[in-house]
Write a protein that binds this ligand. Structure first.
Ligand code: TNX
Length: 524
């Protein structure tokens, strides 16, 4: 009999036989209040049933009676590693035990995927055919990597707090625990700072293609951080520099290095379409690499000290991302000086710096422990692997975001309406079939902090654009980040994944996720 479909694949899952736990409007949900709310939300979204809240239940229903007929959700700190859970479903009861609140939350996400429609699933042969059920199973589960991220670029197109919350819902349901927000780029600055109010006053109103810009007030940002935390996600905010800073110079023209507009840069601008950037005017094209902050000017370091110090006070998580990618307009020696100083300034705020892999070029000169984010290909080119190993020299680890596998903004087919294609066409299968420990020589599980799937938004203006690009390939990234490299149950194969993703697609539909039915997956 086929195992129940769970994505990302759990560490271990056993078939519990023909029995199935019946769901009904009377099904009692007991235990941890947040987990009960999360489970009720999923059951209602998927089935339309509305199990009673604790307050609605009769006080005679003693919780102690082995949870017969009920779903019990609890935390037991002695039950396993951080973020782990076990789930046991029989015909009579369902119990999920998390080692911590995050583990319990992940167990509930698994429960949501196990909900089986009437007439389907292992219970189909039994009396349960007219009811929604949870198939009998036993799952023991824990993540492979501690950092499992998604990134949303809110600079190229601004995405308001509602869209960010929806993106958090989606990512958390696949057991991602980091939301990286790309808060600044040539096209706009997206976070209100009291120390530098001109940034949002002068540099936030525009976006790619003449779209309206926008920014988060400090209150908006706090609400996003709190919403993420309630979904067990840490926000990693990024201010990108020294390149990608054209918008900064609308507010602070004196920080602007003469833009590099040589023939190579004009070629990049032609490739991306749109006009060449003009100093002092907002930039709404898609080209990268032309702008730079002034490197030999203390005003630049006063600026970055202000912005990162204030960002640190607004951000409870341990990381601040300083960018450092594609600084094509900054001479190499200047770039090296800049990333040394910028990483030290971030470290002085008490946070751990993260930088795109280019910054690894200075190796041990980075602030100790700086994390590198690799965005090259599955097979590294142009010395990007060497730069990435530079972070190890400074005592840091690596986040892997191979562009030709998990850049969610790459086109999935040549004629696809959304997306870019500089890293090629990325099919669902290509997004799945790669092994993190095999990407960079010398960077194995010990050196890998985790995996992150970025969604750059040059072509994504709305939540449905985000869904159409991200789903289903975001599930590949989730499985690479969460599931063991090999599983005894044979689940870590493309064929298994393709079948499991198809099986959970109805849940995505119930949750309003407008996925693209990519080729190769067995859609319902
Ligand atoms: C490269 S990869 C970028 C971004 C673009 C993206 C589009 C990296 C760190 N930078 O500036 O938005 O490609 O796919």
């Amino acid at each position: 009999m086929a195992l129940p479909a769970v994505v990302p694949a759990p560490s271990s899952i056993a078939d519990g036989g023909d029995a199935a736990f019946p769901l009904s409007a009377g099904t009692a949900l007991r235990g941890d209040a947040d987990a009960v709310d999360a489970a009720r939300h999923l059951i209602t979204a998927r089935t339309g049933l509305e199990p009673p809240t604790a307050a609605q239940e009769s006080p005679d229903d003693a919780p102690g009676e082995a949870g017969a007929g009920s779903i019990v959700l609890r935390v037991d700190a002695s039950s396993g590693a951080p973020e782990s859970y076990r789930l046991e479903a029989t015909g009579a009861s369902v119990e999920i035990v998390g080692a911590d609140a995050a583990g319990l939350f992940y167990g509930v996400q698994t429960l949501g995927q196990l909900i089986t429609p009437p007439g389907d699933g292992p219970g189909a042969a039994s009396a349960a055919t007219s009811e929604w059920t949870i198939p009998a199973t036993r799952i023991v589960d824990a993540p492979r990597f501690a950092y499992r991220g998604v990134m949303l670029d809110v600079a190229r197109h601004f995405h308001g707090p509602d869209t960010v919350r929806a993106f958090i819902d989606r990512a958390a349901s696949l057991k991602f625990n980091v939301l990286h927000l790309h808060l600044s780029d040539d096209q706009g600055w997206r976070l209100e700072l009291r120390s530098r109010p001109l940034l949002t006053e002068r540099s936030s109103a525009t976006a790619v293609g003449g779209a309206p810009g926008g920014f988060y007030t400090q209150e908006d940002y706090r609400v996003i951080v709190a919403y993420a935390a309630a979904h067990h996600m840490t926000v990693v905010p990024e201010f990108d520099m020294p390149g990608h800073t054209h918008a900064v110079t609308l507010a602070y023209p004196e920080l602007n290095e003469e833009p590099r507009l040589d023939e190579h840069m004009h070629q990049i601008i032609r490739e991306y379409g749109g006009e060449a950037p003009v100093h002092g005017a907002p930039y709404d094209g898609m080209a990268v690499g032309f702008s730079s902050l002034r490197i030999h000017d203390e005003a630049t370091y006063a600026f970055i000290t202000d912005v990162f110090t204030e960002l640190a006070t607004l951000t409870p998580g341990p990381y601040l991302h300083l960018g450092g990618d594609e600084a094509l307009g900054t001479p190499a020696a200047d770039f090296a000086l800049f990333v040394q100083r910028a990483s030290a300034i971030v470290a002085a705020t008490g946070k751990v710096p993260i930088a795109w892999h280019e910054a690894g070029v200075v190796g041990a000169q980075l602030a100790p422990g700086t994390i590198g984010q690799y965005w090259g290909f599955r097979t590294p080119t142009d010395g990007m692997d060497e730069k990435t190993r530079g972070f190890l020299a400074a005592g840091g680890q690596v986040i892997l975001s191979p562009a030709d596998a998990i850049y969610l903004d790459m086109k999935h087919a040549p004629g696809a309406p959304l997306g870019l294609s500089w890293a090629g066409i990325v099919s669902a299968r290509q997004s799945y079939e790669w092994e993190p420990a095999a990407v960079i020589d010398g960077v194995g599980d010990e050196q890998i902090l985790g995996i992150e799937a970025p969604l750059w938004t040059e072509t994504a203006r709305t939540l449905s654009d985000i869904d159409a690009l991200a789903f289903p390939r975001i599930a590949s990234a989730a499985e690479v980040a969460w599931s063991p490299a090999a599983s005894a149950s044979g689940l870590r194969t493309w064929d298994s994944f393709a079948a499991r993703v198809g099986a959970i697609a109805p849940l995505w539909t119930s949750l309003g996720i407008a996925y693209t039915p990519l080729e190769g997956i067995v859609w319902p």
